[in-house]
Design a protein around this ligand. Structure first.
Ligand SMILES: *[C@@H]1O[C@H](CO)[C@@H](O)[C@H](O)[C@H]1NC(C)=O
Length: 272
């Protein structure tokens, strides 16, 4: 019994940190190492109110949202939809076929054998769009249309080698290459693709993460204007003072040898 109580006490801080949320809804760098707010050009609902832009990456300010048991008492989304007031930090604009990068804090829920962590589970990482203009009642609603499965990260030393557990990029939640440097607040990224058959117009997007089946899903909601073409999306970003650059992949612009960046691509603006 004493041992059980001791284990419970040790377990609690980890449980208290058992949460995550989407910080950025249109990030410029896929599979990146470190968060940089300057690379974020769109934000979820009420990001300004929760100070998502300026707060230390990984601290929540009440933004995280975990659903409760069925029937859900908590709404599906942390804040009700209100496009007129939720987007003091700008709303995303996407185009059909675009690969969108999302960022989230890792909050201790990853594996990397280089820091001796191998067994932390991941269960489900999905993207939905809402059918219609109203938030659905609950996570199992027929109004949530699944548009992308972002995979499940490898875990378990019995199933995966140390090399596999320490290799990035990874699918699923645990795609956080600098997890061992900062297990609490390291950045994880996902990517998903806007389906070609999505109807252009404004849609609500919903992220759902299940860490373990016994813990209810976490969600983040945001609106985005979806355009048929990149040219139309670019016009929208230009009109709102944002870059029209397409996301790049960290591993395509950096040469990594033994875990160290050896020849970052020279920024033409800095080098003149
Ligand atoms: C995008 O994410 C998927 C997993 O959802 C992964 O398989 C794919 O490699 C990622 N794409 C890139 C360019 O990293």
């Amino acid at each position: 019994m004493k041992l059980f109580v001791a284990l419970l006490a040790v377990g609690l801080p980890a449980l208290a940190a058992a949460h995550s949320w989407i910080v950025c809804t249109d990030y410029l760098e896929n599979n990146g190492w470190y968060w940089d707010a300057a690379k974020c050009r769109a934000w979820p609902r009420n990001a300004k109110r929760y100070d998502l832009r300026d707060r230390v990456f990984g601290t929540s300010g009440g933004f995280l949202h975990r659903l409760d048991d069925h029937p859900e008492i908590k709404p599906l989304c942390r804040d009700p939809r209100d496009d007129a007031t939720s987007y003091e930090l700008p709303m995303a604009a996407y185009y059909l076929g675009q690969t969108v990068v999302l960022t989230h804090p890792i909050n201790n829920h990853a594996n990397d054998a280089t820091c001796n962590i191998r067994s932390r589970p991941d269960t489900e990482n999905l993207m939905f769009v809402v059918d219609g203009d109203e938030d659905p009642c609950c996570i199992d609603s027929d109004k949530l249309i699944q548009i992308f499965d972002m995979g499940v990260s490898p875990y378990g030393p019995d199933k995966y080698s140390d090399e596999e557990l320490s290799t990035f990029p990874k699918v699923g939640y645990q795609n956080a290459p600098k997890f061992c440097e900062d297990p609490e607040d390291a950045m994880g990224t996902y990517n998903f693709t806007i389906p070609m058959d999505l109807k252009p117009g404004r849609h609500t997007f919903v992220w759902k993460w299940i860490r373990v089946p016994s813990v209810m899903p976490f969600t983040t909601c945001w609106e985005a204007d979806v355009f048929a073409t990149k040219a139309e999306r670019d016009a929208q970003y230009q009109a709102t003072g944002r870059t029209t650059e397409d996301m790049w992949d960290f591993y395509q612009v950096n040469n990594i040898v033994d875990g160290v960046i050896v020849d970052p691509v020279v920024d033409p603006i800095i080098s003149g």
